[in-house]
Design a protein around this ligand. Structure first.
Ligand code: MN
Length: 231
């Protein structure tokens, strides 16, 4: 195969306990999957089925070691959203919830970094969220732990601190739509593919960061992440 230009390198993430890398295909993100966060965004958490938005593969940033992400352009309100990330090993469409977890390669801690001002402006005008959500380097993600090593995560603390101060603190058991249900629902609309990631939504407490801030994200049983913001 000869290309007319050099293909852009694929984005990869670290896998705990190996030098082998996880190649990122697409990133699907669940909106409002914790009731208390839906309420803080001014929405009724019980009314809607899950909805999804996407980030490009180049949103993913390897945060298996401490990493810095740039403060993005065109925002004055850059928010952290701590999330459980699901890494898909095998694809499929119309996946039943009761077998959905067999498609999971593993889990990681991630941040859905958001230009909140642009997202809310788009939301309120009925426009797409891309400028708010789907920019490069907007998804720092830690080392992926294999499900065969750590099991499937349906409970456990999920938290992020900024400069040592607690910002978000909840429990994965509070997901409105579980990992299995999210896979099942999403696969009715789009065939999942190996390398896809699902960011499962964030609990309450989202807030802004500025250059110099250091975020530390953690989920019980997974490798923590340390992500700073730079100019
Ligand atoms: Mn999110």
């Amino acid at each position: 195969m000869k290309y007319v230009l050099q293909p852009t390198a694929i984005t990869t993430l670290a896998v705990t306990g190996t030098d082998e890398r996880f190649p990122v295909n697409r990133i699907f993100c669940v909106g409002r999957n914790y009731a208390a966060h839906a309420r803080e965004m001014g929405k009724d958490p019980d009314r809607d089925p899950p909805f999804f938005f996407m980030k490009p593969a180049n949103a993913a940033v390897d945060a298996s070691v401490a990493v810095a992400v740039p403060y993005p352009s065109q925002t004055k309100n850059f928010h952290h959203e701590i999330e459980l990330v699901v890494a898909i090993e095998s694809g499929g469409r119309n996946i039943p919830a009761d077998s959905a977890l067999s498609h999971v390669f593993g889990y990681a801690v991630g941040l859905d970094m958001t230009r909140r001002d642009l997202q809310l402006e788009a939301r309120d005008k009925g426009r797409p969220w891309e400028f708010g959500k789907s920019f490069a380097l907007s998804a720092p993600i830690g080392s992926i732990s294999r499900a065969s090593h750590v099991g499937h995560l349906n409970m456990g603390s999920i938290a992020v601190t900024v400069n040592g101060q607690s910002r978000q603190s909840s429990d994965v058991s509070k997901l409105i739509w579980s990992v299995a249900e999210s896979i099942a629902y999403l696969s009715q609309y789009e065939a999942l593919e190996p390398g896809d990631l699902i960011m499962t939504g964030t609990p309450e407490g989202v807030n802004s960061v500025v250059p110099g801030d250091v975020m530390r994200g953690s989920i019980d049983g997974l490798a923590s992440i340390t992500v700073s913001v730079k100019d």
